[in-house]
Write a protein that binds this ligand. Structure first.
Ligand code: WQD
Length: 339
């Protein structure tokens, strides 16, 4: 079985390529290298001893996408990660996000709509829920008006897939709504490689730990949560990667209950910013330099998944603890800063 992974040299994509290869799939990676390094291919190979087929291709080029699918008629499934994902950048440059996240999705779906028995996994996000009214969050929680163009591209992306699946009986699709992916492969051969100043909490923590950043700013400690800091569902990226393999196998084995399904992918446990800091200090054995700063605009107070549907229907459950995820992130950070 041959699987196309778009954005397959990115953070979640590369970890998913490893798990696909471990499960016996042949993998073709497309990446335009705008937010990933070609060296990630070596990292994948060092883990699995198998180098995925790779094509540097920008999915915004419709003709190139058409040519690719012409040349690769033997693709049995597509996992689509390729997208821009910086919330703040999307506010400043919405058209970049609508072109890169929506046009590319449409071009891929246009190719899959031509195939008999196409299988598609979409990288979505818990950001579609905004601040959910009820916690933990279930898949039927209302989708809230997006707080950013990035979040809107995930909402619109899901709606596009839903509408296409309604008219394409031969297309089966699953959207996976990620909570907060963190950590790195235990081998430290692949991990998160943020460009510039990290926007996300965990890479900022580990970069502070290695001395790349002076001090972490904790964006608010006056929220209505147990310790006043925001709560998120931090899921180890390897657990997240494995969820993609299980979801794909569900489609390939025709175990899906409808031709478009949505699953939350999280641990089901919420952790506060302070709990993440404490976890880092525990696994690294060093104090973290941080200060309390003003709240960050757009932050939701609490978000963590009800994982019952993924547990029961996908037969998948996250197994790594926050400490294990933080230890893997720290091991990776120390390794890449030694180069
Ligand atoms: C987590 C918590 C911050 C940085 C975003 C996207 C989501 C997904 C994951 C792509 C919040 C606090 C952060 C810092 C801090 N991205 N924080 N100091 O915002 O939950 O989700 O990234 O799919 O779609 O929305 O993750 O890691 O940015 O923030 O205090 O320097 O850490 O306020 O409470 P977030 P995050």
């Amino acid at each position: 079985m041959k699987i196309l992974v778009t954005g397959g040299l990115g953070f979640i994509g590369s970890h998913t390529v490893v798990e696909l290869q471990n499960a016996g799939f042949d993998v073709v990676v497309i990446d335009n290298l705008s937010n990933a390094s070609i060296e990630v291919l070596d990292g994948i190979t060092n883990i699995t001893q198998k180098t995925p087929e790779f094509e540097k291709l920008d999915l915004r080029d419709k003709l190139k996408v058409q040519e690719f699918f012409q040349e690769h008629q033997d693709i049995d499934g597509v996992i689509h990660f390729a997208a821009s994902k910086a919330v703040g950048e999307s506010v400043e440059n919405p058209l970049l996000y609508y072109e890169n996240n929506i046009n590319t999705l449409v071009y891929i779906l246009q190719e899959l709509a031509k195939k008999k028995n196409a299988n598609f996994i979409f990288s979505s996000s818990c950001t579609v829920y905004g601040q959910a009214d009820e916690l933990p969050i279930t898949e039927d929680a209302p989708v809230k008006p997006a707080a950013s163009p990035y979040g809107n591209t995930k909402q619109v992306g899901e709606e596009i897939i839903r509408d296409v699946c309604k008219v394409c009986d031969d297309l089966k699709a699953i959207s996976l709504r990620y909570f907060n992916p963190v950590g790195a492969h235990p081998s430290a051969e692949i991990g998160e490689l943020p460009i510039g100043v990290p926007q996300n909490l965990v890479p900022f923590i580990t970069q502070t730990g290695v001395g790349m950043r002076e001090q972490l700013s904790v964006f608010g400690d006056d929220y209505p949560t147990p310790d006043g800091t925001c709560v998120r569902d931090y899921i180890h990226v390897v657990d997240l990667a494995k969820a993609h393999v299980v979801a794909l196998q569900r489609l390939l084995q025709n175990k899906n209950e409808s031709n478009y399904e949505i699953f939350n992918v999280g641990t089901g446990t919420g952790s506060s910013v302070m709990e993440v800091i404490n976890s880092f200090e525990k696994v690294s054995g060093q104090k973290l330099n941080y200060k309390i700063a003003p709240r960050r605009a757009g932050d939701v107070i609490e978000a963590y998944a009800n994982t019952g549907k993924a547990n029961n229907k996908l037969g998948w459950k996250a197994v790594s603890t926050l400490d294990e995820a933080m230890a893997s992130a720290w091991k990776w950070e120390q390794k890449i800063r030694k180069k």
